[in-house]
Design a protein around this ligand. Structure first.
Ligand code: AMP
Ligand code: ZN
Length: 496
């Protein structure tokens, strides 16, 4: 039995057009997303990108596709501007083995993805576990004449590729003639390259370099771009449906991936390329290097000059989903405050909906509710338009509240429609947008903030020897089952 899956339209960075998604195999989607380089904790910009792809994954699953979602872990070869491997530099700094760094920051990445309630990918391959396959791909590219060896390193010949195969720069819109004069990648051995636009696919390691492997050319390590060419096609086939990543990866990372795959097997890796846009803070790209960053933990606790208070992960996620993945998003305290309010309204509507009962019969109201449910899916199918879809959810919230308050007659809605609303509306929120109710967590944050304040006021009263106020606070709290205890470490409290 074949089920009909609704059409999805996506903005393809390759064609620069919005296109209908036509999978290679009916009913199945292969999706590869560039994962994190695990040398430090993820920042909110990374979170935005992975949350965006999670919502795409969830939407595809919801409408009935079987999806194989591959998201890698980069644990070797992603070099800094000074040519040093990010993981190795961090290992030296923290006095840990490189693999301890990889494990430590993979764990913290996974924990953060759980906090933001994202699905785990179907496969999460690591670059260091695919060295053999990477060496094989380098060999294939060389056999096809699109790479050359120099002093133990291997470089991709962009000019030969551009002339014979396919225009280098197609995906990113870069022009090879300009790249010939301006490109400098973070290699110490620039002079080994035939053309400035060439890039290393295998690098000979210096004797003191730790993460290195034997190869036909040298003891060395693979170039960063190679791992994604190898791991995407290993698990999804030579050509697969969707390749994604942040738009800062379009060039050189994704452009070079395409060149490597075409150079190795003469096939384009992905039919659709999806790029998410950057998270900004106060108008500038969020990035660790220039200090314009806030960690998720700082945002949760409110311990940052950039925010007035703490926000729960779901409030932050809701804030992110209120803009389209392809637009930049500016993180501001005002924006977060507004989103938190909206998110709470949405969560409250879930329990209000649960409490509604009807014996009514069908009317125009049924039609408008059904139309809104359809509209939500239509927006999600139109390039995963979460801001529009959320606007539709708020129209449903208004209906739910009006039904509860009697502004709309509950008996003008049939049981069938109310049941459908009760079934689908919560699923849109939980299964497609991936929002869970962490309002309780939010309330307990508020409580602990209030308790800090009360304890401080009581301390002030005690310092002033104002025992009546201090006792009034203690007794008043006891009435709400909150016990406070004065100890050596200060005053603590608990709810019984
Ligand atoms: P990295 O660990 O630096 O390779 O980045 C992991 C993912 O996060 C990539 O897809 C990047 O494009 C994406 N990314 C990095 N910075 C930002 C940002 N400020 N906003 C959104 N996505 C970002
Ligand atoms: Zn990648």
């Amino acid at each position: 039995m074949s089920i009909e899956i609704r059409d999805i339209f996506i903005q393809n960075s390759l064609s620069k057009k919005k296109e209908k998604l036509v999978p290679i195999e009916k009913g199945y989607i292969g999706m590869y997303v560039c994962g994190p380089t695990v040398y430090s904790d993820v920042h909110l910009g990374n979170v935005r990108t992975f949350v965006s792809f999670d919502v795409m994954y969830r939407t595809l699953l919801y409408i009935g596709y079987k999806v194989r979602y591959v998201r890698n872990i980069t644990d070797v070869g992603h070099l800094l501007d000074d040519g040093e491997d990010r993981v190795l530099k961090r290992a030296k700094l923290e006095e840990l083995e490189p693999m301890e760094i990889v494990q430590k920051y993979s764990n913290s990445f996974h924990a953060m993805m759980d906090t933001f309630n994202t699905h785990k990918p179907s496969i999460e391959p690591r670059a260091t576990q695919h060295i053999i396959e990477q060496i094989e791909m380098v060999q294939k590219i060389m056999d096809n004449g699109y790479a050359y060896e120099k002093n133990g390193s291997v470089y991709f010949d962009t000019i030969k590729f551009h002339k014979e195969k396919k225009s280098y720069g197609n995906l990113s819109g870069r022009v090879i003639e300009e790249l010939m004069t301006e490109t400098r990648d973070n290699l110490k051995n620039q002079s080994e390259k035939k053309h400035p636009s060439d890039f290393a696919i295998w690098m000979k390691a210096a004797p003191e370099h730790i993460m290195k492997w034997d190869s036909p050319w040298s003891v060395g390590f693979p170039g960063w771009h190679l791992e994604c060419s190898v791991m995407s096609t290993k698990y999804l086939g030579d050509t697969f449906d969707i390749h994604g990543g942040g738009n800062d990866l379009k060039f050189p990372h994704h452009e070079n991936e395409v060149a490597q795959n075409v150079g190795a097997c003469n096939c384009d890796p992905a039919n659709y390329w999806l790029h998410t846009n950057m998270l900004l803070m106060n108008g500038r790209k969020m990035s660790k290097s220039d200090g314009n960053t806030i960690s998720p933990e700082e945002l949760f606790s409110g311990d940052s000059p950039h925010v007035s208070k703490g926000y729960t992960a779901m409030a932050v996620k809701f804030f992110m989903l209120q803009s389209h993945y392809s637009s930049t998003l500016d993180l501001t305290d005002d924006g977060l405050l507004a989103s938190e309010k909206g998110y709470k309204k949405l969560m409250t509507s879930l329990s209000t909906l649960e409490s509604l009962e009807t014996n009514g019969t069908s009317s125009e109201l049924d039609e408008s509710i059904n139309a809104l449910l359809e509209e939500f899916l239509a927006h999600m199918s139109d390039d995963f338009n979460t801001p529009r879809a959320i606007a539709t959810l708020f129209e449903i919230v208004t209906k739910i509240n009006s039904l509860k308050e009697g502004h709309l007659d509950i008996n003008k809605i049939s049981k069938e429609t109310l049941d459908k609303l009760k079934k689908e509306y919560p699923l849109f929120i939980s299964d497609i947008l991936g929002l869970s109710n962490d309002m309780e967590g939010g309330d307990s944050n508020i409580l602990s903030g209030i308790m800090d304040l009360i304890i401080e006021l009581r301390q002030d009263a005690r310092t002033d020897k104002n025992w009546s106020v201090s006792d009034k606070i203690r007794d008043g709290l006891a009435k709400h089952n909150i016990t406070i205890k004065d100890g050596k470490e200060g005053t603590t409290w608990n709810v019984s």
